[in-house]
Ligand binder design. Structure first.
Ligand code: DHB
Ligand code: FE
Length: 289
C-alpha cells in the first residue's frame, strides 16, 4: 500500500522564485530561509519519495472569483505552470499520476468530500515554489510525480479549519488504501501569518506563528477549534493559508517526529516557516534499517 513518509510545510511567496532566478539565495536577506532547506534536502536524498501531494491554495491562475471550488484535485498526468505576473520564471511542467489521483478522488468522494476534479490544471507559485525549494537542482524533469490538491483560501466563505483537518484525514485514508508501494510526501504550502492589503497590510504575528508550529506537531486538533474570523484576526487575511498545513497534518494523523523546523520573519510579507515531519512509525523503521 502507498504510505506517507513525510509532511512538509513551507511559505510560498513568489519572491522566492525571484531570489532563485537572481542568484540571491545566499544574500543576508534570503540565507536564513533557504538554509532551512538543507535538512530537507538531506532527508529527500535518503528517503526518495515517489509522489508529492501538494495541498495549496490557487491564487487566481487556475480558478478565479467567478468559479471557486472549495476543494479540488488534479487528475492529470501533467501540470503546467504559467506566468502569473510576478515577474518570476515559469518552471518546467510537472508529471502527475492520474491513476493515483483518481483513486484518491474516489475515496474522498466516498468519504463525502465532493472534490472538483481537474483533468486540466495550471499550477501557481504555491505549488511550484515549494517543489523548487525541495529540488533546487531539478532540471527539465522533476524527481517526483506531483498531485495538486487545493483549498480555497481566497474567496469567502472559506472552509473551516475543522473541515480542512477532516479533509486531510480522508486524504490520509485514501493514500493508505492505494495498492502500490509509493512513498508519499504531503505538502502544506502557505502562511504563516500575513496580510497583503487593507489597513493591516504587512501584519505578522510571530507569537501566533510559533504557537501554530508547536500545535501542528503536538496538538494539531487545537488548531481546528479556531473560527476563520479568529484566524484572520490572529494571522491576517492571508494567514488563512494555515488551512493547508492543517490538512497536511490531518493526512499524517498519529504522532510525528520533527526532522526540521525553522521560523524567520519577514520573508516578503510573511512569517516564513519551514517544517518537515515524519510519522513516528516511519522514523522507527528507518532507524531499524
Ligand atoms: C506573498 C505571500 C503569499 O502567500 C502570496 O501568495 C503572494 C505574495 C508575499 O508575502 O509577498
Ligand atoms: Fe499565498
Amino acid at each position: 500500500m502507498a504510505r506517507i513518509v513525510g509532511g512538509l510545510t513551507t511559505s510560498h511567496v513568489p519572491s522566492i522564485g525571484g531570489a532563485i532566478a537572481k542568484g540571491e539565495t545566499q544574500s543576508p536577506y534570503w540565507k536564513p530561509f533557504f538554509d532551512a532547506f538543507q535538512p530537507v534536502h538531506a532527508w529527500l536524498d535518503k528517503v526518495q519519495p515517489d509522489v508529492a501531494i501538494v495541498i495549496y491554495n490557487d491564487h487566481g491562475l487556475n480558478f478565479f472569483l467567478d468559479k471557486m471550488p472549495t476543494f479540488s484535485i488534479g487528475v492529470a498526468d501533467r501540470y503546467e505552470n504559467a506566468d502569473e505576473g510576478w515577474g518570476i520564471p515559469v518552471l518546467p511542467p510537472f508529471d502527475g499520476d492520474a491513476k493515483f489521483s483518481w483513486h484518491l478522488t474516489e475515496s474522498l468522494v466516498e468519504d463525502e468530500f465532493d472534490m472538483t476534479m481537474c483533468q486540466e490544471m495550471l499550477v501557481d507559485h504555491a505549488f511550484t515554489l515549494p517543489l523548487k525549494l525541495m529540488y533546487p537542482n531539478a532540471g527539465a524533469r522533476w524527481p517526483v510525480r506531483a498531485i495538486p490538491v487545493t483549498i480555497n483560501s481566497v474567496q469567502h466563505p472559506l472552509p473551516t479549519a475543522a473541515r480542512c483537518w477532516k479533509l486531510g484525514q480522508a486524504l490520509g485514508k485514501a493514500i493508505a488504501s492505494y495498492p502500490n508501494n509509493a512513498k508519499v510526501v504531503v505538502l502544506g504550502t502557505g502562511g504563516l501569518s500575513h496580510q497583503l492589503d487593507g489597513e493591516r497590510a504587512g501584519f505578522i504575528n510571530k507569537e501566533f506563528d510559533l504557537l501554530c508550529m508547536d500545535r501542528i506537531v503536538n496538538d494539531p486538533e487545537a488548531l481546528t477549534r479556531y473560527s476563520n474570523r479568529q484566524i484572520v484576526e490572529l494571522a491576517g487575511s492571508q494567514g488563512v493559508e494555515l488551512m493547508t498545513w492543517i490538512a497536511m497534518r490531518g493526512a499524517m494523523g498519529g504522532q510525528v517526529n520533527t526532522i526540521a523546523s525553522h521560523y524567520h520573519a519577514p520573508v516578503s510579507n510573511t512569517g516564513g516557516a519551514v517544517m518537515l515531519l515524519e510519522p513516528v512509525l516511519v522514523s522507527a523503521s528507518m532507524a531499524a534499517e
